[in-house]
Design a protein around this ligand. Structure first.
Ligand code: C2E
Ligand code: MG
Ligand code: MG
Length: 583
């Protein structure tokens, strides 16, 4: 005689009750735990107490059928296994019983004690497995939080709830700012630990009535209801961001993380769950753009911008396929002898309807969509091809610089593209320079250091672009195989009137000399700017003062003309200036 589960019998016929009781006593003896409900109302009440392990239920219960009661109970969230007891053996009823949610079906006249015992044990076991499977389908295995499926159904419920009670709800979408780096550098087990800790902090940081889910990867969602306005959502977002400030200790490492949050309110922003997710995602994208650990509410303007971005993406893809991009080239000039020491390649998008779209507008879109990788590859190859074409025209080999995007820099194929481009056009590696920004280097030190050394190992020159605007630690500069710094245009612009800018430029020049790096001033437009830079010891300059970026043919013309002018009397500085200023 085994231990008895807690059994509920819903049965309105007293004779049948006695029969069942006898059989159960035969199985469980005085261990039997048993309750009888003699009508369907009492039965439902007993089920809702949730203290039973299994329920035997009669097929006929006065006006109602046992199947209806099972359906009602399931609807109310009961997960008790039901065994339906019927008067007749009928395949139809059997099927119907399964559909209603019963785990088994017994014909009253044919029940024996062992049969009943087996049915009870089997039903309880089957229900356990079902519940586990259902949980797996609704909960995230790693963190135990609700998964996307459960999140979505809960969101649907919350939306209708706010519609009923006139309150507002907020959907917060969270994304860890540096998860990929942590995962890459410390490994997946560490990444998993971080996700677990984040979910604990999230669950502890929100109210009991708030709902936390992990939607996948490092993306989490919080649903808050019963808010009066957006104020409550901002408070919650701030609190969550604050929760992430303390480092997480993983294998004795203090790992710092932070989260960005996109927020959308319902029902006002939308009452459609999919639309709300899109809104929050859009807001999250903007929050991330504003730096780490920020939150952003969805608004209609974001929507318009996102729409524009989508159209631009399709446009970019088509332009790439049709070979519709072009390149302009801007000379860099040595300040001592006036020689042209190279050109910078600048990407242009001549749009059939919108005219020339500046790179600052379309490159960020190409970056988020990943299109920058094939576009950047094209730029690199086209720049090399142009270098070779000028050489074939009889010009001396003009070193050509190409801007790299962070996304491209991290893409594994970059080395191959460089090696192949150099080979295809038979270019001296020192005639190719790659411009990268400080933030690209600082983003993922291990990976970038290796990449920089590999590129430099080819003999390719490396320059840091827009120097002074990033936040590189100067100490790191020494560790990288750099050849040159380009002083950002913003310091050159006011160098004449603003002593602070002049001081920064001087510092960069001194620093570059100290580290034995070349230094180029960007965006030089006037002779007085040039004069100051020269006095500071800056070696090279680039800017409208010499030439705007030009299409290949115009550049070749400009170059020949410029060479002619400086070669007439190359020795005096005043001649160079006059040559630069034109006839
Ligand atoms: P950048 O690499 O710092 O390029 C210099 C920018 O300054 C160019 O803008 C150039 O036209 C502009 N410039 C040069 N001299 C002067 C001047 O005297 N005054 C003023 N006001 N501006 C001057 P552009 O061509 O609009 O390019 C903007 C940025 O777009 C570039 O900044 C670079 O970061 C990015 N970019 C351009 N081409 C590419 C490319 O092929 N790949 C990638 N990843 N980025 C590119
Ligand atoms: Mg550049
Ligand atoms: Mg620059």
């Amino acid at each position: 005689m085994g231990e008895s589960p807690n059994i509920l019998l819903i049965e309105d016929d007293e004779d049948d009750y006695l029969l069942a009781h006898d059989l159960l006593s035969e199985v469980f003896g005085n261990q039997l735990r048993f309750e009888w409900a003699n009508n369907w109302q009492a039965g439902l009440e007993a089920i809702s107490s949730r203290k039973h392990d299994v329920c035997l239920i009669d097929y006929r219960l006065g006006q109602r059928s046992g199947l209806d009661i099972i359906r009602d109970a399931v609807e109310q969230g009961s997960s008790i296994p039901f065994i339906l007891l019927t008067g007749q053996d009928d395949r139809e009823i059997d099927l119907e019983a399964m559909e209603a949610g019963a785990t088994d079906y017994l014909v009253k006249g044919q029940i024996s004690a062992p049969l009943l015992d087996r049915a009870i044990r089997y039903s309880i076991e089957q229900k356990k497995v079902e519940t586990r499977l259902a949980n797996m389908a609704r909960y995230d295995e790693l963190t135990g939080l609700a998964n996307r499926t459960l999140f979505r159904s809960h969101l649907v419920d919350c939306i209708s709830q706010t519609k009923r009670n006139g309150k507002v709800g907020a959907l917060l979408l969270l994304d860890l700012d540096n998860f990929k780096d942590i995962n890459d550098s410390l490994g997946h087990p560490a990444g998993d630990l971080l996700l677990k800790e984040v979910s604990v902090r999230l669950a502890e940081g929100v109210r009991e009535s708030d709902f936390v889910a992990r939607l996948g990867g490092d993306e989490f969602a919080v649903i808050a209801t019963n808010l009066n306005d957006t104020g409550g959502a901002s408070v919650l977002a701030r609190k969550i961001i604050e929760e992430m400030v303390d480092p997480v200790n993983i294998d004795d490492w203090d790992v710092f993380t932070s989260t960005s949050i996109g927020i959308t309110m319902f029902p006002q922003d939308s009452a459609d769950p999919d639309q709300l997710l899109k809104n929050a995602d859009m807001a999250l994208y903007h929050a991330k753009n504003n730096g780490r650990g920020k939150f952003q509410f969805y608004n209609a303007e974001l929507n318009a911008r996102a729409q524009k971005r989508k159209e631009m993406e399709a446009d970019l893809r088509q332009t790439l396929e049709e070979g519709g991009f072009s390149l302009h080239f801007q000379p860099k000039v040595n300040l001592l002898d006036g020689r042209v020491v190279g050109v910078e390649t600048l990407l242009r998008w001549p749009h059939p309807e919108q005219g020339m779209i500046p790179p600052d507008e379309f490159i960020p879109v190409a970056e988020v969509t990943g299109l920058i990788v094939p576009i950047g590859d094209w730029v690199l190859r086209a720049a090399c091809a142009q270098h070779a074409a000028w050489r074939d025209e009889g010009l001396p080999p003009i070193p050509v610089a190409v801007n790299l995007s962070a996304v491209q820099f991290k893409s594994p194929g970059l080395m191959d593209v460089v090696v192949q481009a150099l080979g295809d056009w038979n270019i001296e590696p020192t005639d190719l320079e790659l411009e990268i920004t400080e933030s690209m280097i600082m983003d993922n030190l291990d990976l970038t250091t290796e990449m920089l050394h590999r590129l430099h190992g080819l003999g390719v020159r490396l320059a840091i672009d827009d120097f002074g605007t990033g936040h590189s630690s100067l100490a790191y500069l020494k560790r990288f195989p750099m050849d040159c710094l380009k002083i950002d245009r913003s310091f050159v612009r006011d160098i004449v009137d603003d002593p602070d800018d002049a001081a920064i430029a001087t510092t960069i020049v001194t620093l570059a000399k100290h580290l034995r790096l070349g230094v180029v001033a960007e965006g030089v437009e006037t002779e007085s700017q040039l004069e100051i830079l020269r006095r500071q010891g800056c070696e090279e300059a680039q800017g409208y003062f010499y030439s705007r970026p030009l299409p290949p043919k115009d550049f070749a013309d400009w170059y020949r003309d410029y060479q002619r002018r400086i070669e007439v009397q190359p020795k005096t500085i005043s001649m160079i200036r006059r040559a630069a200023a034109g006839p």
